[in-house]
Design a protein around this ligand. Structure first.
Ligand code: ADP
Ligand code: ASP
Ligand code: MG
Length: 416
């Protein structure tokens, strides 16, 4: 019987790092949107190899490919079979990797592209948002030992039932962090279309500042509340395994943002690190139900729940709009009376310094009040204040809070 060598991701923490100089470099959809950009990525990978690194690259699908493939699926069927959706949408990242391997060969280096399955990314059996349970990296090690640049198709794996699975939107980030953990890489470099993590989405706040360093906890809150620059689960995995993540631009050599353990310098600088927002959440109101029964049913249906507020017999919670169909079906099965709203968005103020500085809530509410905004729901954590407000006021709220907390000032960048 053939034996498979593997390194389980959960076992990696604290172990000696792998051969020195392993670097994982992930490129997002915009960074590989055209063949010209794929050639530029190939050049960057070759340069990293020639500098003496063992190079593992994780690529996303080109541009809007994933959305385009999902559109095709919905044209064929209003409720496409999840297994086949994964077969379909996992193709996008394979295209990018194969093209990039070709470009690398033309630059005189050896490269090999691998599907998630060939790369040893083993997942559970939940289609569309599978969790990684193991990384069996033998084949990657062999290719690196043979002096090859290894290109791994992001966002996908093979389930314990041998089916192709995908890891949820933005899942190439998760592939990259899992590989960095399993290979003991020095760093996980996330190349994207912005220069790092900013104090707010630079598309909404042009004066937003690039943060030089962000703690895992802050990045978790930012990712959970709408800063889609990193997928939430990838930040969780990075924190659990101590993987240092560097978010940076694929269009320049400028240093980006390091995500790592909190240190004193992070607390000394601005109290607030950023203002995030999302308009992709729905808010549900359920009457007279036992909380345990409700949230067990939602968990069984595989839907993720964000904010939860309970007052008397009524429970209000929010969840991703993309999971609205599964959430509604689960609520219907419970036979309870419920309503949902899609006219709200969430604005969150986040910062590790909030733990020791009072007054953040006061300034948040007075800033919103000056705009004539009364939040419908408020939820807090030790480092976050999140407010649900009218969806069409979300961007105004983000801009005003950003300036109310002086985030357009130079000090907000936490340079050191
Ligand atoms: P990729 O395709 O490289 O994974 P994404 O489009 O998923 O990139 O994420 C990058 C985008 O995230 C940026 O273009 C930016 O508009 C958005 N974004 C939202 N909030 C932030 C933030 N606080 N800092 C940086 N980018 C942010
Ligand atoms: N292509 C996938 C998506 O669009 C995965 C990724 O880019 O990380 O979500
Ligand atoms: Mg992304």
């Amino acid at each position: 019987m053939a034996t498979t060598q593997f390194e389980g991701v959960p076992a990696v923490t604290g172990e000696a790092p792998g051969p020195s100089g392993t670097v994982v470099m992930k490129f997002g959809g915009t960074s590989v949107a055209e063949t010209g950009r794929i050639k530029a990525v190939a050049q960057r990978l070759v340069a990293a190899r020639e500098a003496g690194n063992r190079v593992v690259a994780v690529l996303s699908a080109m541009g809007d490919t994933t959305d385009e493939l999902l559109r095709l699926a919905n044209e064929v069927s209003p409720t496409p079979v999840p297994r086949e959706v994964d077969m379909l949408i996992s193709v996008g990242e394979r295209v990018s990797c194969a093209l990039c391997a070709m470009a690398i060969h033309d630059l005189g280096q050896e490269a090999i592209s691998l599907t998630g399955s060939q790369a040893g990314i083993v997942t559970d059996t939940v289609h569309g948002r599978a969790k990684i349970v193991d990384v069996r990296a033998r084949r990657i090690h062999e290719a690196l030992d043979a002096d090859r640049i290894v290109l791994v198709a992001g966002f996908q794996g093979v389930s314990t039932d041998y089916d192709v699975t995908t890891l949820g939107r933005g899942g190439s980030n998760l592939t990259a962090v899992a590989l960095a953990a399993a290979l003991g890489a020095d760093a996980c470099e996330m190349y994207t279309d912005v220069e790092g993590v900013f104090t707010a989405d630079p598309r909404v706040v042009p004066t937003a500042r690039k943060l030089h360093a962000v703690s895992y906890e802050e990045m978790l809150e930012m990712a959970a509340s709408g800063a889609k620059v990193l997928q939430l689960r990838s930040v969780e995995l990075a924190r659990n395994h101590g993987v240092k993540v560097h978010v940076r631009s694929s269009f320049s050599d400028a240093p980006g943002t390091w995500i790592r353990e909190e240190d004193e310098r992070m607390l000394e600088k601005a109290i607030i690190s950023g203002v995030t927002h999302t308009i992709e959440e729905s808010v549900y109101r359920v009457d007279r139900i036992d909380a345990a029964r409700l949230f067990e049913a939602l968990s069984d249906a595989g839907v993720s729940v964000d904010t939860i507020v309970q007052t008397g017999p009524e429970i209000v919670f929010s969840g991703p709009s993309s999971e609205a169909a599964d959430t509604s079906a689960a609520l219907d099965r419970l036979g309870v009376s419920w309503t949902s709203r899609d006219d709200l968005g969430k604005v969150s103020v986040i910062g590790a310094g909030m733990k020791t500085h009072p007054g953040v809530a006061g300034r948040t509410f007075s800033t919103l009040a000056q705009l004539g905004i009364a939040p419908e729901i408020v939820a807090t954590s030790p480092i976050k204040i999140a407010c649900f407000v009218d969806r069409d006021r979300v961007e105004d709220a983000v801009r005003s809070l950003h300036s109310a907390f002086d985030l357009d000032a130079e000090e907000a960048a936490r340079a050191h």
